[in-house]
Design a protein around this ligand. Structure first.
Ligand code: GDP
Ligand code: IMO
Ligand code: MG
Length: 475
């Protein structure tokens, strides 16, 4: 395993450290919190604490240096995880963001839905960058397969006049998961057996033909052509496919370290997010176990990633959205345009009640705050510290989007720092007001901030000395 020094500077502050319940403790106390033998705390989940695009790709790429495996557990090519190494910037959709480290084996777990064409395109992209795909990439034999008719069904459903569009990525993700849960789906192992595939595809295609005819879209299906293409693509993917649950569990038993990479964010989780304006998978921490076949007892830390503000793509309630000049400024300064669809992201202020909720359902040990630099030029920064409904404080995250759309955000305003933080690598080099802002976020969320990102590149990162994150990752 690699143990080279990581390419960022460290801060020295431990005064802000808090435990998960929000109680302050000193740096000395922090040092005394024992995690046991290092190899007994080696597997962690890194996931989005908001509505996606928190900068997971950068963080997973940066810290996967410390791991032997990086495993994706849900979602599909609706994800867009940006990794920037020097001048080179690329967006990973299916392949985990650790792939740029030659010693890291990356795994597409059983919880992921795979469009074979999207996977082959991405393989071609990373091969051009020098990745040894045969050696590094493993794909679960239990992944469900996305077909062209899934995209067509999604298009029909999203464009129905009598429905509020979710604003999906149009990748066929939802309809594929529908077939999975409906027990009609086709898995990677089925695709690799031509006879089984033809039989299952025949059943599924019949279902879709009936549906398409009902919507007068039957002509658009091309079911036979797609079947032949899938046979062809299966042969290209075959060498990468294995029982990844066994691969990961054997590796863990042999003392190897696994990082689990979430896609989307907790507020897009099908159970815990802003349903129905969510994706169709379990983006929250629990999904890491069902989506890879690794037991909860084998996972030792959960790391949330959040922007210093918040964004969302697609429809649905967004209490702290700013549709005025500040929201516009954040969008332009943060290049907040979707990495998959190019859509402008909706922008707003850091939402502490939302973060408290995602910390609760995930059990965050620590939080990584990204894109602090995007706030550099703003003179005043608002933070949503609570919600009110009909004049009363809202204690729990509303379950319906109708209610969430009605809540009134309660804001506190902090002074901006108005000096550049972009590229800062040491905590002590941050302006005092930026440190105060981060301390405020810690206080209002009750989660320790272990790392701050000040730019898209690996180097542009601050790790808090003495933090739980540092101990968790053995930095
Ligand atoms: P993901 O889906 O969570 O991996 O995030 P995306 O890649 O979709 O979006 C995050 C965007 O912010 C990407 O363009 C990153 O290169 C960029 N980014 C990540 N961290 C920082 C940061 O600290 N500062 C700035 N300015 N950009 C960042
Ligand atoms: P990463 O992993 C942000 C959103 C879509 C839409 C909803 C459902 O890059 O953070 P879907 O196509 O999944 O059925 O769309 O979820 N969405 C994302 N938003 N980041 C993502 O991924 C997203 N993946 C899906 O915009 O609102
Ligand atoms: Mg993204």
């Amino acid at each position: 395993m690699h143990r080279a020094p990581l390419p960022y500077g460290r801060g020295s502050a431990t005064e802000l450290s808090r435990d998960r319940q929000g109680a302050a403790y000193s740096g000395a106390a922090l040092q005394s919190v024992g995690f046991g033998h290092p190899s007994a705390m080696s597997n962690v989940i890194v996931l989005g604490a908001q509505w996606g695009d928190e900068g997971k790709g950068k963080i997973v790429d940066l810290f996967s240096d410390r791991f032997d495996f990086v495993a994706r557990y849900q979602g599909g090519h609706n994800a867009g995880h940006t990794v920037q190494v020097g001048e080179r910037k690329f967006v990973l959709k299916l392949i985990p963001s650790g792939v740029m480290h030659p010693h890291v084996r990356v795994v597409i777990g059983n919880g992921v839905v795979v469009d074979p064409q999207a996977l082959l395109d991405e393989i071609e992209m990373v091969e051009k960058m020098g990745v040894d795909v045969q050696k590094q990439v493993a794909v679960s034999n239990r992944c469900h397969i996305i077909f062209p008719f899934h995209r067509l069904i999604e298009k029909v459903s999203e464009s129905r006049a009598d429905r509020v569009a979710i604003g999906t990525t149009s990748r066929g993700i939802g309809p594929c998961y529908e077939d999975k849960i409906g027990r009609r789906g086709i898995r990677m192992a089925d695709l690799l057996d031509p006879q089984i595939f033809d039989t299952l595809y025949g059943y599924l295609a019949d279902d879709k033909r009936i549906l398409a005819n009902a919507f007068h879209k039957g002509d658009a299906l091309n079911l036979e052509e797609a079947r032949d293409q899938y046979h062809h693509m299966a042969e290209k993917i075959r060498p990468l496919v294995c029982d990844t649950a066994k691969l990961l569990n054997d590796a863990i038993a042999a003392g190897k370290r696994v990082m689990f990479e979430g896609a989307q964010g907790t507020m897009l989780d099908v159970d815990h997010g802003t349903y129905p304006f969510v994706t169709s998978s379990s983006a929250a921490a629990g999904g890491a176990c069902t989506g890879t076949g690794v037991a909860p007892t084998k996972i030792h830390g959960i790391i949330g990633v959040s922007k210093a503000y918040i964004t969302r793509v697609g429809g649905g309630p967004f209490p702290s959205e700013d549709v005025g000049p500040d929201g516009h400024h954040i969008r332009e300064a943060g290049h907040e345009y979707g990495s998959v669809t190019g859509r402008p992201r909706r922008c707003g202020w850091f939402d502490a009640p939302l973060l408290r909720y995602t910390a609760m359902v995930n059990g965050f040990d620590t939080l990584i705050v990204t894109k602090l630099d995007v706030l550099d030029d703003l003179e005043k920064l608002k933070v949503c510290t609570g919600y009110r409904l009909n004049g009363q404080p809202v204690e729990a995250m509303p379950a319906t989007n109708a209610l969430l759309a009605q809540v009134q955000p309660v804001y506190e305003t902090l002074p901006g720092w108005c000096v550049p933080t972009a590229g800062t690598t040491r905590w002590d080099d941050l302006p005092a007001r930026a440190r105060d802002y981060l301390a405020f976020l810690e206080e209002k969320t009750g989660v320790e901030i272990g790392c701050v990102s000040t730019g898209p590149e690996r180097m542009e990162t601050i790790v808090r000395q003495g933090s739980k994150l540092e101990r968790l990752l053995e930095l």
